[in-house]
Design a binder for this molecule. Structure first.
Ligand code: C2E
Ligand code: CA
Ligand code: CA
Ligand code: CA
Length: 284
């Protein structure tokens, strides 16, 4: 009925209004959080499939407001749309590189993966700034030889959609320093296959959605097998993300996927807890 339709209309506009308010509110809070250094880095260990030992980790941003965690899936898009992501990204790189130096001093030279938003690469100017930031941060850290090979940058296919020479040049410059480039959420975007051949990358991460669908049947298994065969033919390392069950782990091992990330082994944990794990592992 008409009245019903009007109610629905009111409902939607109210909902939109509330969403807009929440976004504006979060944007203000994000800016404050950045000024007050209120973000925290969590570390999700990535393990060797056969030994179960921690071989590296992905760094994931955490933000608590008034005792509540706000998911990066909610605040990262707001940071991207407002441009705040550029400063946030720089803070993350700074903190991660400092952690790499600390870990090296403790005798755990371990590779850490940083998520990079496509928005941080939006313009040529930003791309150049991005490259230069590593040099600036290293100067600030006051170290002689920074182990660039311990940094992995996780990028997504959306970055590669605009294929132009400058982006390839930037990725090549990063790789020339020793930085590894990983293609995150592999298989969820479009024309993934051509990206594998055309862009200078070192590894891919199979998206959790593929792992989740394994239980649904043979066709999903065939897809994983094909991705792995292709990656290995192109000399790309493969990591599986979101492995939650023993069955999924077995499929990864059958397919010679050595690096596993997922709740079956570890959830993302605070730095102190991560360091405790590494200290224990070092004793073994
Ligand atoms: P992502 O890069 O795909 O990160 C993997 C996400 O999957 C993380 O969620 C991680 O906690 C979750 N995960 C890993 N293993 C499992 C599992 O076995 N089961 C389940 N259910 N989940 C698992 P998180 O930490 O909430 O991050 C969400 C997204 O936010 C990330 O997806 C990434 O796109 C973005 N993000 C996080 N930190 C940063 C950052 O520092 N910078 C940027 N630009 N984006 C970030
Ligand atoms: Ca990632
Ligand atoms: Ca991912
Ligand atoms: Ca993701």
């Amino acid at each position: 009925s008409k009245a019903n339709g009007r109610n629905r209309y009111h409902f939607f506009t109210e909902q939109m209004q509330q969403n807009a308010e929440r976004i504006a509110n979060l944007h203000t809070l994000l800016k404050q959080a950045l000024e007050q250094n209120a973000f925290e880095l969590y570390f999700q260990p990535i393990v060797d499939a056969t030994t179960g030992l921690i071989v590296r980790a992905e760094v994931l941003l955490r933000w608590q407001h008034e005792g509540q965690f706000i998911s990066p899936d909610e605040f990262i898009p707001i940071a991207e749309n407002s441009g705040l992501i550029v400063s946030i990204g720089r803070c993350v790189r700074q903190a991660v590189m400092q952690t790499i130096v600390e870990m090296q001093a403790l005798g755990w030279p371990m590779s850490l993966a940083i998520n990079v938003s496509t928005f941080e690469f939006w313009s040529h100017e930003l791309q150049d700034e991005f490259c230069d930031s590593f040099t600036d941060i290293i100067e600030g850290l006051g170290v002689e030889d920074f182990p660039y090979e311990l940094i992995t940058l996780e990028i997504t296919e959306s970055l590669l959609m605009k294929k132009h020479a400058h982006l390839i040049q930037v990725l090549n410059e990063l790789r020339a320093r020793g930085i590894k480039i990983s293609l995150d959420d592999f298989g969820t975007g479009y024309s993934s296959l051509s990206y594998l051949a055309n862009f200078p990358i070192d590894q891919i991460k199979i998206d959790k959605s593929f792992i989740d669908r394994l239980a649904e049947g043979e066709r999903h298994l065939a897809l994983i097998e094909a991705i792995v065969r292709l990656s290995h033919a192109l000399n790309l390392r493969v990591t599986a993300e979101g492995v939650e069950t023993q069955e999924q782990l077995q499929v990864m091992m059958d397919n010679h996927i050595q690096e596993i990330q997922g709740y079956l082994f570890y959830k993302p944990i605070p730095k102190a807890v991560f360091f405790e794990l590494l200290a224990k592992q070092a004793v073994i």
